[in-house]
Structures are given as C-alpha cells and as structure tokens.
Design a protein around this ligand. Sequence first.
Ligand code: 5FU
Length: 250
Amino acid sequence: MERKQTNLSVSVDVTKAKDFLAIIDTVGPFVCLIKTHIDIIEDFDSTVIDRLQELSKKHDFLIFEDRKFADIGNTVALQYSSGVYKIASWAHITNAHAVPGPSIVTGLASIGVPLQRGLILLAEMSSKGALTTGSYTEDAVRMARARRDFVIGFIAQHRMETIGASEGDDLADEDFLVLAPGVGLDAKGDAMGQQYRTPEEVVLACGCDIIIVGRGIYGKSDQLNTESVEEQAKRYRSAGWDAYKKRVSL
Ligand code: 5FU
C-alpha cells in the first residue's frame, strides 16, 4: 500500500477469462490487491492462474481469493489445497466465515501457514440484513486474536480494534487490516441487497484500511471499456488514498 500509495482493491467479478485478465492488466498499476472469485470464470484453465501470477509480479499487487470457506477444518483444508482451483498454491490471501468456530482456522492454517499465506475472517458483511453483528462479530475477532500467525485481518465495515477485547488483553501491537467491500461513489446499492458507502465514510469515518470496489470500476461486464475502467480505477484510488491520508494524519 505504501509503496504504490494505494488502498484500493479491485474485485474482478466477470465470467470470461479474457475480460478478467484485461481488467486486471488495466487496474494493476492502481491497486494493492486484486480480489477474485475464481469459480465464476466459465473458461477457466490453469493458464488463467499463470497469467494472473505474471500480472501480480508485473504490477506489484497481492491476490486475494474471496472463497469464503465455511466448513469443518478437514473439509476446508481439502477445498483450499485441492480440487480444480488449488487456491492455496496461488492466492496470497483468502477468507473464511467464523461460523464453524476456531477449527476452520486450524484447518486452513494447516495448508496456508507453511506456504506463508494469510487469512481474513469475515466479521461483518456489507449486505442488507447480514447476520454478522454483535456477539458474532466479537467472536470472529477473538478467533483472529488466537491465531495471529495466520489471520491478518477482517472483512468488516468498521475498525475492529477494541471489539471483543477482555480486560487484561494486550492489544498494543494489534494491527489487523480491515478490508471493506460495499464501496461505491455513484450508487447506494444494487437490486440484490448490496449496500454501498463512499471511500470517505468507510476509511475516514469508520477506520477501514482497504476499499474493495467491483462494479463501480468496471460497470456492467458485458460492455467492457478498458479506458473507462482505467479512469474509474484512478478515481477510486485517489478517493481511497486521500481518505486514508486524512485518517492517519488526524
Ligand atoms: F464479504 C463480502 C461482503 O460482505 N460484501 C461483498 O460485497 C464480500 N463482498 C464481495 O465484494 C462480493 O462478493 C463482490 O465480489 C465484491 C463487491 O462487488 P461490488 O460490485 O463492488 O458490489
């Protein structure tokens, strides 16, 4: 983030490998992180991963597969390491729901820690009516604190620092990343329950670190226009970074 002066992560939710790679090559210079849903690509094969890894080196960004694991430890270890996608072999970061309890982190860590991967826990979701509130969010934060060798942050809508802390907890060197999806400069939501806030609200007012932006940058994926994608990436990058600079200088 510091090296590239950006806290923008672009979520590339398109179904054709060609569009997926074209968007990543276009936004690459402006992002710290590319977020993927690899299982929505219709013409997936292993060359997509080779190319994604080349782009990650070319543009100096990390890869975050938004897999949202949610099963028992043994199953998630297999889902993370194996199958068609072999996520652990290429995604620097992935994420998991806290709902199964700490064993989900143990299962994923058995694969991810030896590969020096990082895990994000879903503490709060952006969708309307999400059940990730109150004591659920607190427990997700406690689960992260217990595995700081692997858990590097949260998907959340606010800073999590003191949430779920008990008296006597030493939080002095706690520095979890907070990644916020549900960010848009032009729309307030979509027809399926997504809710958008501006970078200023998310980063400055709520203390999140990274803004995750999908359709706000590439629009409707059936009308891909790389010039406008580049323009929007620059726009969100400066809105996110300005808000971040304001927050850290407060
Ligand atoms: F965990 C979450 C969440 O709480 N909200 C989300 O929107 C993840 N997401 C993802 O961020 C979602 O799966 C999309 O990939 C992306 C948001 O895309 P948008 O086009 O900016 O709405």
